[in-house]
Design a protein. Sequence first.
Length: 444
Amino acid sequence: MLVQIQSANPAPSLEHRPSNFHLFDTGFGHHVLMVNGSRIFSIGADVAAQLGSAGDEIGVMQELGIYASPYIDDSVPSNLPVRSLSLAVAQKCNLACTYCYAQQGDFGGAPKEMPVEVADRSVDLLFSDAQAGERVHLSFLGGEPLTSRTVLRRATERAARIAASKRVHVGFSITTNGTLLTPEDGDFFEEHRFAVTVSLDGLETAHNALRPFKGGQPTFQRVLARVEPLLKLQRRMQVSVRATVTPLIRSLPETLNAFVELGFHSVGFSPLLSSSSGADEMTKEELRSMLKGMIACGEEFERRLYSGQRYPFLNMTNALQQLHQGSHRPYPCGAGAGYFGVSASGELFACHRFVEDPGGLLGDVDSGPDRSRQTAWLTERHVHRQEPCQSCWARYLCGGGCHHEVISRGRPACDYIRGWLDYCLQAYMRLLHECPEYFRPCAT
């Protein structure tokens, strides 16, 4: 059924907003997100009015019978098993991206590749205590990981063999600039069911300005030519786009539509909040503009869904899935918990963005995570220790924001995140009413 979608307005920045619930409306009535537990209720106008005027939030919630004991306390998880690793198989790159967190691929040092022995020990660590039926994940990043293709393939094949012998489910992924892809890579990724993420920062003009070769030559057409065979081949693998949003991207809907038409499995946007040089970082005003573009993309997603079409807008599908599952977490991701980035020399860092950063060093592949450092990291990064997160209604959906970006630049994107989540909550309720089949297990 095709229904009329009303445009959502970006959430205003308010000095005083409730911290224990968030009210929102749709054409189907009034709703409230209870921050504790990420619980969503449809409510009457009288309840909405009572909550909207609440001075004593806890007291009113208790009176209404929607208060619950905290689902998340200040405790920090301990002795977590390693379940996901990203290998920096190449700390070098053939591009000269203007904003690269890895300082154009070498992380501020001499270019280097991961020795095969380090890759082997990394894989062994990943499976060291994995039991039959459990899931692990191995990803490859850089730099540009395809400059170290031999190590990548050997690590993948080793992981596949161990997974088969231990009856453990293993997933593989790679993030690549796309310029070195070959049809043979496509065959390999198809065989091992890779999730292939290609970095394309907007359409041709914007992308070429941000992601040239080291000699200054443009890369956009080269990437499209190299990725085309993979797009035609993908069945078991999934080939997606990750677009870093800078002020150079003028229209998110136009960019999204162009990549969808090329046949990518999904397309996701991420604002540039922190760059190694400070170049091209998004300001608050630019983030307000980005939010309008994201909502326009979300509205198109809704329209396509109502008419029975698949529209692979990754930000939207992820948000809807998390809301439906009741996502509720004290961290934004698994960085430093069950997930680590491995440097070429075999050190474990909080994630791939912290490679070679002493502040994120948490162990090595021979000894595993340093539990004291890991505990200190998780204690410091817990959302309850972040400001202004403690008073934000989105804290358990957001988790406090990307650790690397927050440490590097602070939190310029809080209003953007709240605005996006507010829109997604509205869209979620609309889809529950008008297209509930989307949330059945077979939906993609």
